[in-house]
Design a protein around this ligand. Sequence first.
Ligand code: ADP
Ligand code: MG
Length: 474
Amino acid sequence: MANSWGSLLQDEQQLEELAQQAVDRALAEGVLLRTSQEPSSSDVVSYAPFTLFPSLVPAALLEQAYAVQQDFNLLVDAVSQNAAFLEQTLSSTIKRDNFTARLFDIHKQVLKEGIAQTVFLGLNRSDYMFQRNADGSSALKQIEINTISASFGGLASRTPAVHRHVLNVLSKTKEAAKILSNNPSKGLALGIAKAWELYGSANALVLLIAQEKERNVFDQRAIENELLARNIHVIRRRFEDVSARGSLDQNRKLFMDGQEIAVVYFRDGYMPSQYSLQNWEARLLLERSCAVKCPDIATQLAGTKKVQQELSRAGVLEALLPGQPEATARLQATFAGLYSLDMGEEGDQAITEALATPSRFVLKPQREGGGNNLYGDEMVQALERLKDSEERASYILMEKIEPEPFGNCLLRPGSPARVVQCISELGIFGVYVRQGKTFVMNKHVGHLLRTKAIEHADGGVAAGVAVLDNPYPV
Ligand code: ADP
Ligand code: MG
């Protein structure tokens, strides 16, 4: 996967001209973000950062990632229904991590009262990097699975046209035709629509829990638009609105501003900073309702890094997915090394190894949204500080994936087009719907490729580090 577009990357003037064409097409296609100056208004918007060229991805790894997505859907759902597994897995973490503890409290409270919802909807995105093997080949390794607010399905539906445009300008029509069509926003919307239908109330709405300052609103709108095209109405409200004007009736039906809610779709609520005391109360109210939550709190917990680490322990997948050895093997093949830091010999040994060869590891707290992981010297300092404290159980240690870098040109508003060494991260969107014990939908619905300069260890598109891309299968 070395320098994919070869000589095209060398001609600076051509790159600059191509970049202008690409940016204009991106704007025309709706590859948009609100600006950081005006994150609550769409009066002035700009393009979401993206690569000038699609990045080469081995077709076999792309296929492998698609082929394991239904297994991941089943696995997340199985974990979310296994209260004993969640309790045992998170027991040491919740003693030290306040955020996970609060989510877990709500989970316990709802279990005690009895879960009111009968329809379950998962919209997730499993993320991977391509580990470079000693023999020059690459292997698909999972970075994490996002079970709440997995984003960029909307914008990823619009970027293929931009990369086709760039290649067409270069008269590379055969290459342009190789760029895969992609429409995750439609697939995600079909999952919401199915859940809405099974909820079974013609006048009920979808409630999208939104942040006040949301630069990525067009990504969300793509899903809303698909729903409206199916006559399903979406209202956008904040947790604060739910506190002020949300309510449950005696059957735990959820009402917002007097209107019944069939599905609650969270695009907020995955980080500690997003919760005031009042917002926690609102989350509990939503969770207690019989509306379909996407995700319900157990499914959010199933997406924690601690759960990911426990899933890689020998025998755990087999116990969670009994009688499914093929699915288990497909899942295991994507796991990188994952190590518990719970107090005890196993954790001690992991810390010793990480301190001996820090470049081989990443230290991860139970956080989402990018920018929280620790690498290199920072990781060493943190491990030295944590190693004799129970606080270490709120982290996990992970093998660091080392993809082979390649050249591409990252386009961002206000920056000149410049070729840099990059690595990519592939995400596959998964959708499932379960009614009682019966799966009524289990699909993959598209992909997202994000690419970043190699000097950034961490962070996604929203964090301003990675940019949108498309796989060019080879
Ligand atoms: P978050 O929930 O914050 O998105 P991730 O686990 O996805 O957390 O990590 C954030 C970013 O850090 C990833 O997008 C990836 O760029 C980098 N990263 C995470 N884990 C690894 C790893 N094991 N090896 C290399 N890079 C990693
Ligand atoms: Mg991530």
